[in-house]
Design a binder for this molecule. Structure first.
Ligand SMILES: [Zn+2]
Length: 88
């Protein structure tokens, strides 16, 4: 027994389409396995904020963990740059 990912109705495993809402149950799920720590992307984003920002944008949908790591690194890098520049 499986459940429709859209409406939660119980469906048979051999069913192609949910009878309740018509969702295609055979559609391959886009699962990206992000193994290991994403700290490297954070460090990269920290030292090269522009690259971190670009990676954050292009990975937002496909690699959320790496995207977040590079985005946070870029953000911290940006902030530190501003602090350093304003202190000079
Ligand atoms: Zn359904």
């Amino acid at each position: 027994m499986a459940y429709c990912p859209n409406c939660g109705e119980s469906v048979r495993d051999d069913q192609d389409v949910c009878l309740a809402c018509g969702t295609d149950l055979k559609e391959p799920k886009k699962v990206v396995v992000e193994d290991g720590s994403q700290i490297g992307w954070g460090i990269l984003g920290f030292f090269i904020p522009l690259v971190g920002l670009i990676l954050f944008l292009i990975w937002r949908d496909t690699k959320p963990a790496a995207s977040k790591a590079s985005g946070v690194g870029a953000l911290i890098g940006f902030i530190l740059n501003i602090i350093v520049l304003s202190a000079l």
